[in-house]
Design a protein. Structure first.
Length: 406
């Protein structure tokens, strides 16, 4: 553990102050969001009571969030390439507190939709800009490792935050986590405002565009569009699978295992957060050494085949262990995917590239949660069928990944 911490510290020092600021901003954004998250399904249950309606509403709410995020992702990615990525990051942070205010004053489901609307737009603005800024400040040879370290910002934040949020909800009331999230989001605006001078739109430290791209602008445009089309198709399927899983994940924990708010947060923190965090640095290093494509292929297949084991668990500990294994294997490929996309993307189009693939992922997550609610209601008590469908959708990504050049 000590050796790992020293390695991380060494990587942070080599990546510079701008990277550290962006890492901290993303950590606080997701920490606040994850602190509020576990209480929201129970808030819905208090408003609506009936199981089928609650699960359907959870799915619809998540789909609505994805719709708003997707609507903002692509246009804001293109805008940030033109007017400045740092400016778009700051704009997103200014409006995040409003989403928590809506949660605090909520007296019905409509307020939750208002909150998710603001949060979705803010995440849509933030994501492409901040991820493109990371690419701007890193070299191709170490980019997957850099993304692995950056991913730890939003992954590590999701380890303690759901537990803290769940504890606050049970001990002090469902709306207390929302108040804490509001304070964190306001502090994040102040942090970035004071640190804006350190974040500069820098050029990459190496020549990012290959000779093939330099020789022909027409070939660049055609090749870039084809690559983005393939990455977009892969992202749609990934978003669809994750969107369905998001809904049936909550439903199985709430109604299959009957967990409390605190246990909900605990399962997410350990089963997803810790496992995903552990995977980032080795996943990035593996991708830099043996290639992006092999890692993505192996992890996609292995993780997909393990998903049907989740509804076979009968205790929370079993569920966390299986989820942890799936999360570790699946997220080993996450740094590779980000670096692979940037390897094929011209420097001046990076935020747009992330915006487009983010929008494609969003299309899947718009449809997925609602489908998840329908599947849950349709196949009760044989809920394993829903998880098998997620596996099938995940495996449809393989032909697309094979077509993309390494």
């Amino acid at each position: 553990m000590t050796r790992m911490i020293k390695r991380l510290a060494s990587h942070f020092s080599s990546l510079g102050s701008a990277f550290l600021i962006l890492w901290s901003v993303m950590f606080l954004v997701v920490f606040a969001d994850s602190m509020a998250g576990p209480a929201i399904p129970y808030q819905i249950r208090d408003f609506l009571k009936e199981e089928a309606v609650v699960v359907m509403t959870i799915g619809t709410l998540n789909s609505f969030f994805s719709l708003m995020r997707t609507s903002a992702s692509l246009p804001c990615g293109l805008i940030s390439d033109k007017f400045g990525k740092g400016k778009l990051v700051f704009v997103a942070l200014i409006f995040f507190p409003l989403s928590y205010i809506f949660l605090i004053i909520s007296s019905g489901v409509s307020w939750l939709f208002a909150s998710y609307s603001v949060a979705g737009i803010c995440f849509g603005i933030l994501g492409p800009a901040i991820r493109a800024l990371i690419a701007d400040t890193t070299q191709k040879a170490s980019r997957a490792t850099a993304y692995g370290i950056f991913n730890l910002s939003w992954i590590l934040s999701q380890i303690p935050a759901p537990i803290i949020g769940g504890f606050l909800a049970e001990s002090a009331g469902l709306k207390v986590p929302f108040m804490a999230a509001l304070m964190i989001s306001i502090a994040n605006v102040i942090l970035l405002f004071k640190a804006m001078k350190s974040i500069k739109e820098s050029k990459t430290t190496e020549q990012e565009i290959s000779l093939m791209y330099e020789k022909s602008a027409e070939r660049l445009t055609a090749g870039y569009k084809r690559i983005l089309f393939l990455f977009g198709g892969n992202s749609i399927l990934s978003g669809l699978a994750n969107g369905i899983l998001m809904t049936i994940f909550y439903a199985y924990l709430m109604y299959g295992l009957g967990v409390s708010v605190f246990e909900m947060g605990l399962s997410f923190s350990i089963g997803w957060g810790i496992a995903t965090a552990i995977a980032q640095l080795p996943g990035g290093k593996m991708a830099d050494k043996i290639g992006r494509k092999p890692i993505i292929l192996m992890c996609t297949v292995a993780a997909a085949l393990l998903i049907p084991l989740l509804p076979l668990t009968v205790t929370l500990i079993q569920f966390i262990c299986v989820l942890g294994l799936i999360s570790f294997i699946g997220n080993l490929s996450y740094p590779a995917y980000s670096a692979w996309l940037m390897d094929h993307t011209p420097t001046k189009r990076r935020a747009g590239g992330f915006g487009l693939t983010g929008a494609a992922f969003g299309i899947g997550t718009i449809i997925g949660p609602a489908i998840g609610g329908i599947l849950w209601a349709s196949f009760i008590p044989n809920v394993i069928i829903s998880f098998i469908i997620v596996t099938a959708i995940s495996l449809l990504r393989i032909p697309i990944i094979l077509v993309i050049k390494a």
